[in-house]
Write a protein that binds this ligand. Structure first.
Ligand code: ARG
Length: 422
């Protein structure tokens, strides 16, 4: 009896003496496991991740051909725009509107029975929803096609949807012309009166560097060719003196390339303002990325209208005789008709049909010294950008009644083809 009691008392007294150094690690372990489990659950069920999809469907009977590497025809643009508008509307009014980020038409390609339409879509949702989301996205697309069978000749049953990696999603757009990495935020006008460009906003912009120093701008029009101004290369004709920098910070290039050949327009004579256009051939093809892409060349028949919004970009002076910026500048300017631009108090007849004016009669924003050769770009209805002008000349910078003058790219469309095949 005594012995038994002793034993009973012995057990609790032994428990009480468990060393603290054993209990704390066990407690910590339990807390850690709980924490990780909750973390994983939250991650899986609540934290959104970005998912990319490629969609495809068929259009019967009509042949479209827009590989997205060149400017789309008006007819391709109209169809793509209509699909994009309806797609946006469908997703924004669907049960998955919170998960929707964006969607676009990438290509319209010829197909034995008509055309195939390639879509790219982006959504954000927690991994646990992956299965259900794919079903729902496909259902929204299917319904959209069913409702547009007549207007587009769409074949609803042909819809295919596939999840793709981020790298593949980027690759789809990198080869396309005129696509920004994201839409640049329209802000103040301060180039003169521009503002800093965001990385990837103008991925076709290049800095033409002569003996290692920024001299002019240029625009990438294919993996091998850039378009610039002829006056940039007057007395600087040796290709070996030139390098091409890409990126937004002029002296910290994202990529740099050697020049193989410079072709200035045969009718340009220095110092002059006529036929101020030059092609620069790179020694090696560039590989397109989210920060280096080509700009679309406009169709020779493309017409711009007075007051159209366009953008000029460059690392030129911030004002006449002012300092050069290190971050690429962008300025939103307006097309000014040649007649207005040639008025006696303006540029009094110096602007030919092969040139175009852009800026403001009030001054405000303009290109300036060392912006030459750089792009003046115009967004089509889908915000795909086209190269409409090359910075060429001006009377001072951003002066009242003295808008910037640009080489009119449409006037040289055939010349570009004759030299490059583009
Ligand atoms: N010719 C100048 C250059 O070599 C560009 C002048 C553009 N001027 C203007 N006001 N838009 O960089």
């Amino acid at each position: 009896m005594r012995y038994y009691r002793k034993l009973r008392f012995g057990v609790p007294s032994q428990r009480r003496s468990w060393p603290v150094c054993t209990v704390i690690p066990i407690l910590l372990g339990v807390v850690a496991i709980l924490g990780v489990t909750i973390g994983l659950l939250v991650h899986f069920l609540a934290v959104g991740k970005i998912y990319h999809y490629q969609g495809d469907f068929l259009i019967s009977g009509v042949t479209y051909n827009d590989s997205c590497e060149n400017a789309p025809s008006q007819i391709s643009t109209d169809l793509s725009k209509d699909i994009e508008t309806k797609m946006l509307d469908r997703f924004q009014n669907s049960s998955i509107y919170k998960e929707y980020i964006n969607s676009q038409v990438i290509k319209l390609l010829p197909h034995p029975n008509g055309s195939s339409v390639q879509l790219q879509l982006t959504f954000k949702f927690p991994p646990a929803k992956r299965g259900i989301m794919k079903t729902e996205i496909k259902a929204v697309l299917l319904q959209m096609l069913k409702d547009n069978t007549v207007s587009w000749n769409a074949v609803p049953s042909s819809i295919k949807l596939m999840e793709i990696s981020k790298a593949n999603a980027e690759m789809l757009t990198n080869k396309c012309c005129g696509r920004q990495l994201f839409n640049s935020i329209r802000a103040g006008n301060r180039i003169v009166n521009g503002k800093n460009a965001q990385m990837g906003a103008w991925p076709w912009q290049a800095s033409m560097q002569w003996q290692g120093k920024h001299h002019c701008g240029a625009s990438l029009i294919s993996s091998r060719w850039l378009l610039s101004a002829a006056h940039c290369f007057a007395n600087k004709t040796n290709s070996e003196d030139w390098t091409v920098n890409f990126g937004t910070v002029v002296n910290k290039p994202y990529m740099t390339g050697k020049v193989q050949n410079i072709i200035s327009h045969e009718n340009f004579s220095s110092p002059g303002v006529h036929d101020d256009i030059a092609l620069v051939q790179l020694a090696k093809e560039v590989s397109f990325s989210k920060y280096i892409r080509r700009i679309c060349l406009p169709d020779a028949k493309m017409k711009l209208s007075e007051n159209d919004s366009v953008v000029v970009t460059g690392w030129g002076a911030l004002y006449m005789n002012g300092p050069l910026p290190s971050v690429l500048q962008e300025a939103f300017v307006k097309i000014i008709g040649n007649e207005v631009c040639n008025a006696p108090n303006a540029l009094s007849g110096l602007v030919t049909d092969n040139m175009l004016c852009a800026g403001f009669m009030s001054g405000n924003a303009d290109a300036c010294q060392n912006d030459s050769g750089g792009p003046l770009v115009y967004p089509d209805s889908r915000k795909i950008w086209h190269l409409v002008g090359i910075v060429s000349w001006g009377d001072g910078c951003a002066k009242k009644n003295k808008p910037g003058v640009y080489t009119r790219v449409t006037a040289y469309r055939d010349w570009i083809t004759s030299k490059t095949g583009l």
